[in-house]
Design a protein around this ligand. Structure first.
Ligand code: NAP
Length: 248
């Protein structure tokens, strides 16, 4: 379904991003695995994608909070693959603390990665999309941006910003028939949620109507739909994928 498409996935070496790479590759897309540091894990993941799915795959180091690095990585992807048609803005971090004790640098770090990173990568991809005459952007928001989770002033604000940016991008790209949507996961089992206390995890699980944490694959399946032509008439939407956690 995605043969001939080239997908860039930020934070693609582990967690949700790694599952997204696998799913898109299984549908035939070539994959640019972007991670912050150009780790061995990213290189191994790209090699595995190529071997398992017979697609082209390569790893790239890029800190998405740095606009120049984003421009450079898009240029490198275009040089290697000849096109770029799908962008999954997945890279994200948490630096949780109650507002009273949240450090300035932790507020800035989260906004710069989670929100400005989405802006930087999206801006860098506008021209390549126009050249390819195909563009799908999928942004990772979070139910935290809908609920305003206590202890996540930086994170919740960044993700609410991602939802707004998704709508702006969708409007700006609509005349070209390119789409931009966001997914808002709830509690997904990754390194990010492994870092929270057992008590907090237990509380999350109790408030999920479907009674379990999500898997990276649950999220990847939705993102694959949003990256495919099957979602061509869907844009500017934020879709919760949370087992019902934030049903309103
Ligand atoms: P994760 O396991 O912690 O992985 C995060 C990925 O982002 C890593 O590959 C990391 O690269 C990369 N990254 C972080 N900062 C970066 C930067 N400045 N530049 C480039 N890459 C960077 O996280 P996850 O749970 O898979 O989450 C993926 C996305 O889903 C995030 O946006 C997160 O906010 C969102 N989300 C997750 C959950 C959940 O429950 N897990 C819920 C809602 C939303 P390194 O390995 O180099 O650090």
């Amino acid at each position: 379904m995605l043969n001939g498409k080239v997908a860039a996935v930020t934070g693609g070496a582990r967690g949700i991003g790694a599952a997204v790479c696998r799913k898109l590759a299984s549908l035939g897309a070539d994959i640019a695995v972007i991670d912050r540091s150009g780790s061995d894990a990213a290189e191994a993941h790209a090699a595995e994608l190529a071997a398992q799915y017979g697609v082209r795959a390569k790893d790239y180091a890029c800190d998405v909070s740095d606009a120049e690095q984003c421009k450079a990585v898009v240029k490198a992807i275009l040089a290697d693959f000849g096109a770029l048609t799908i962008l999954v803005n997945n890279a994200g971090i948490t630096r949780d603390a109650l507002m009273l004790s949240m450090k300035q640098e932790d507020f800035d770090a989260v906004i710069n990665t989670n929100l400005k990173g989405v802006f930087n990568m999206t801006q860098a991809c506008y021209r390549p999309f126009m050249k390819a005459k195909y563009g799908k952007i999928i942004n990772l928001a979070s139910v935290s941006g809908l609920l305003g989770t206590a202890g996540q002033a930086n994170y919740a604000a960044s993700k609410a910003g991602v939802m707004a940016l998704t709508k702006v991008t969708a409007r700006e790209l609509a005349s070209r028939n390119f789409t931009c949507n966001a997914v808002a996961p709830g509690f997904i089992a990754t390194d990010m949620t492994a870092a929270i206390s057992a008590e907090a995890a237990e509380n999350y699980l109790k408030s999920i109507p479907l009674g379990r944490a999500g898997t990276p694959e649950d999220v990847a399946n939705l993102i694959a739909f949003l990256a495919s032509p099957e979602s061509d008439y869907l844009t500017g939407e934020v879709i919760r994928i949370d087992g019902g956690l934030a049903i309103s």
